[in-house]
Write a protein that binds this ligand. Structure first.
Ligand code: SAM
Ligand code: DTB
Ligand code: SF4
Length: 329
C-alpha cells in the first residue's frame, strides 16, 4: 500500500511530474484506486456572497477593484438568499456548498457575523459548508468552526518563486499562516492553485511540493485552469491543454493520495472525453452549477449527462466523518 509522506523532495516530485504522460496517468489511476472509489465524484457548488471591489492585485482575478472587468460589484448578500441558493444546490445534487467573498481578509464586523449565520444555516441543512474569505486569524477560524464550518479554501495559487509576479499585495507566508490557523482549529483544509498564468513546469512542481510537505496534506486540492478574463493582466494568456491539467492532477493524486483532487475552473472549455481522462488520472471532485464565482461553468444538464455517460456517482456528504454529521433541522 502506498504510504502517506510529507517529506517529498522537489526532485522526487519533478520526476513523477515529468514521466511520460501514459505512465503518469496510469500511476495516478493506480494510487486513486487504492484510496478512493474511482466511480465516485464529489459535487460542490460555489456562490459568490460578496463580489468585486477587492483591494488585492491578483493578476488573474476579475474581482480586483483595480482592473476594469465586466464583473457586477455587489455587497454581502442577505443571509436568506444564500440559504435559498444552498437549498437549490442541495436539490440539484451538491453535497458541498462553498461561499466566496472578494475580501483581502476577514474583519471582525457585522459582515463577518452574517457570514457566521450563513455557515450555521447551511450546516443545518446537512451540507458540507466551505468558505473562502481571504486571510484570517486563528480566532476568526475558531468562530467559523463553532458556527459549523467544515472546510476553508485558501489557495497557494503558484510557487513561492513565481508568487510576486502574480500578486504583490500579500506574500506567500501570509498564505501559509492562514492555512496554519485553519489547520489548528480542526477545519478541513482546501488549498491548491491555478495553471496557465505564465509559470513554468518548475513552478507547478514547486507549488505541489509546498502542498505535499505541509505538516498535514490538505484534504482538498483544487487544480484550476486559468479562466482568462478581459480587463485583467492575464487576459491574453493562452488556454492550458488537457495534458497540463493531467500532469497536475495525477502528480497531486500520487503525492497526496488521500486528498480530494478537484478539477476546478476551466471545465467549461473541456470535452467529456478530456474530463474523463482527468477523473481517470485521479480527480474526484468538481464544481457544479452554471457559474463558478463570476465566470461560466458547464450547465447542470451537461454535467448530468456526463455523470451518466461515465457511470459516475456523486460522493455522499461527510463521507468517513459520519459521526460529525449535524442533525438537520
Ligand atoms: N478573496 C479570497 C482569496 O483570494 O483567497 C477568496 C476568493 S478568490 C476568488 C478564490 C480563488 O479563486 C483564488 O485563490 C484563485 O485560485 C481562484 N481564481 C480567481 N480567479 C480565477 C481565474 N480567473 N481563473 C482561475 N481561478 C481563479
Ligand atoms: C478554487 O480553487 N476555485 C474556485 C474556488 N476555489 C473558490 C474559484 C474559481 C474562480 C474562477 C473565476 C471566477 O469565476 O471568478
Ligand atoms: Fe481579491 Fe481573492 Fe480576487 Fe485576489 S483572488 S483579487 S484576494 S477576490
Amino acid at each position: 500500500m502506498t504510504e502517506i509522506r510529507n517529506n517529498w523532495t522537489r526532485e522526487e516530485i519533478a520526476e513523477i511530474y515529468n514521466q511520460p504522460i501514459m505512465e503518469l496517468i496510469y500511476q495516478g489511476a493506480t494510487v486513486h484506486r487504492q484510496f478512493h472509489d474511482p466511480n465516485e465524484v464529489q459535487v460542490c457548488t460555489l456562490l459568490s456572497v460578496k463580489t468585486g471591489g477587492c483591494p488585492e492585485d491578483c493578476a488573474y482575478c476579475p474581482q480586483a477593484a483595480r482592473y476594469h472587468t465586466d464583473v457586477k460589484v455587489h455587497k454581502l448578500l442577505p443571509v436568506n438568499e444564500v440559504i435559498q441558493a444552498a437549498a437549490d444546490a442541495k436539490a440539484a445534487g451538491s453535497t458541498r456548498f462553498c461561499m466566496g467573498a472578494a475580501w483581502r481578509e476577514v474583519r471582525d464586523n457585522r459582515d463577518f457575523d452574517k457570514v457566521l449565520e450563513m455557515v450555521k444555516g447551511v450546516n443545518g441543512m446537512g451540507m458540507e459548508v466551505c468558505c473562502t474569505l481571504g486571510m484570517l486569524s486563528e480566532e476568526q477560524a475558531g468562530k467559523l468552526k463553532e458556527a459549523g464550518l467544515y472546510a476553508y479554501n485558501h489557495n497557494l495559487d503558484t510557487s513561492e518563486e513565481y508568487y510576486d509576479d502574480i500578486i504583490t499585495t500579500r506574500n506567500y507566508d501570509d498564505r501559509l499562516n492562514t492555512l496554519d490557523h485553519v489547520r489548528k482549529t480542526g477545519i478541513s483544509v482546501c488549498s491548491g492553485g491555478i495553471i496557465g498564468m505564465g509559470e513554468d513546469h518548475n513552478d507547478r512542481v514547486g507549488m505541489l511540493h509546498t502542498l505535499a510537505t505541509l505538516p498535514e496534506h490538505p484534504e482538498s486540492v483544487p487544480v484550476n485552469a486559468l479562466v482568462p478574463v478581459e480587463g485583467t493582466p492575464l487576459e491574453e494568456q493562452p488556454r492550458v491543454s488537457v495534458y497540463e491539467m493531467l500532469r497536475m492532477i495525477a502528480t497531486a493524486r500520487i503525492i497526496m493520495p488521500k486528498a480530494m483532487v478537484r478539477l476546478s475552473a476551466g471545465r467549461v472549455s473541456m470535452s467529456t472525453e478530456e474530463q474523463a481522462l482527468c477523473f481517470l488520472a485521479g480527480a474526484n471532485s468538481i464544481f457544479a452549477g452554471d457559474k463558478l464565482l463570476t465566470t461560466p461553468n458547464p450547465e447542470e444538464d451537461a454535467d448530468g449527462q456526463m455523470f451518466q455517460t461515465l457511470n459516475l456517482k456523486p460522493r455522499p456528504s461527510f463521507k468517513g466523518k459520519e459521526q460529525e454529521q449535524p442533525v438537520a433541522g
